[in-house]
Design a protein around this ligand. Structure first.
Ligand code: HEC
Ligand code: HEC
Length: 202
């Protein structure tokens, strides 16, 4: 009787030990699976992060009347970091002054109205073609905010350059070559340095 009890206890103990070992194995397998999944998630997040301005940034736009912004959309996110930030603003000058944000060699915003105010959203999917002094062609595409840009570490553009804009099959070119790659220095709301105003659709 005692023995039976002992045996039973041993059996129970063995079963318990086994189940613990199995449990630990399962747990470690589950932990590995979780770590793998977290790894995938982290990779996914990094890949998304490369975009620097995904659809989530839409929350920083507010619908406004077309008298205020022809596009009906205005950036109200202040200096929230995003590729959609401050359309029409001087990305290059502000980033250098603030010592924050990417260092761009080219930046600007494409609009559908020549006197668009700062922070009004511009037009997406316009193609900006820059032909440099050596004939090297760089093509940029405006994003959801109308912004386009090229980082200083992404190839060199020899000046003077010429620029043109294409949208849905129509093209408009800047007549005169320029030496300043910061489009926003001239293409402001009212235009500076003889520019008529914004870079507008053909
Ligand atoms: C008035 C100043 C100002 C203007 C104008 C401005 N930015 Fe920024 N930008 C900032 C600041 C400040 C930060 C850093 C914000 C932070 O770290 O929270 C930043 C960050 C960014 C980032 C984030 C980079 C990263 O690390 O993810 C991007 C992209 C960006 N800006 C693009 C632009 C573009 C494109 C324009 C022009 C259309 C522009 N910015 C105009 C001030 C400005
Ligand atoms: C130093 C001032 C200056 C800079 C910088 C500048 N532009 Fe211009 N841009 C002008 C002037 C002036 C005109 C009108 C005369 C002409 O077409 O040359 C113009 C006209 C244009 C036009 C012609 C169509 C229109 O809307 O009137 C386009 C397109 C254009 N610029 C694109 C750009 C792009 C893209 C950049 C930046 C890579 C840029 N510009 C930088 C001064 C400038």
């Amino acid at each position: 009787m005692r023995l039976a009890v002992f045996k039973r206890n041993t059996a129970i103990a063995v079963v318990w030990l086994n189940s613990t070992a199995a449990g630990m194995m399962l747990q470690s397998m589950a932990a590995r699976a979780m770590m793998f999944l977290f790894g995938l998630l982290a990779l996914g997040a990094t890949a998304l992060g490369c975009g620097e301005g995904d659809e989530d940034d839409d929350e920083y736009f507010t619908n406004v009347g077309t008298a205020e912004c022809a596009s009906g959309r205005k950036w109200t996110g202040g200096n929230e970091e995003s590729e959609l930030m401050r359309p029409g603003g001087n990305c290059i000058v502000c980033h250098r002054q603030e010592d924050e944000g990417p260092d761009y060699q080219v930046a600007g915003t494409v609009y559908d109205s020549v006197n668009a105010a700062d922070d009004c959203a511009g037009v997406a999917d316009a193609e900006i073609t820059i032909t440099d002094a050596n004939g090297v062609v760089t093509t940029l595409r405006s994003n959801e905010a109308g912004n386009f840009f090229l980082r200083t570490n992404q190839g060199a553009i020899a000046v003077p350059y010429t620029a043109s804009l294409s949208y849905r099959g129509d093209t408009r070119a800047m007549q005169d070559p320029q030496t300043d790659l910061n489009c926003a220095n001239c293409h402001t709301t009212t235009g500076a340095n003889a520019a008529p105003g914004r870079i507008v659709l053909p």
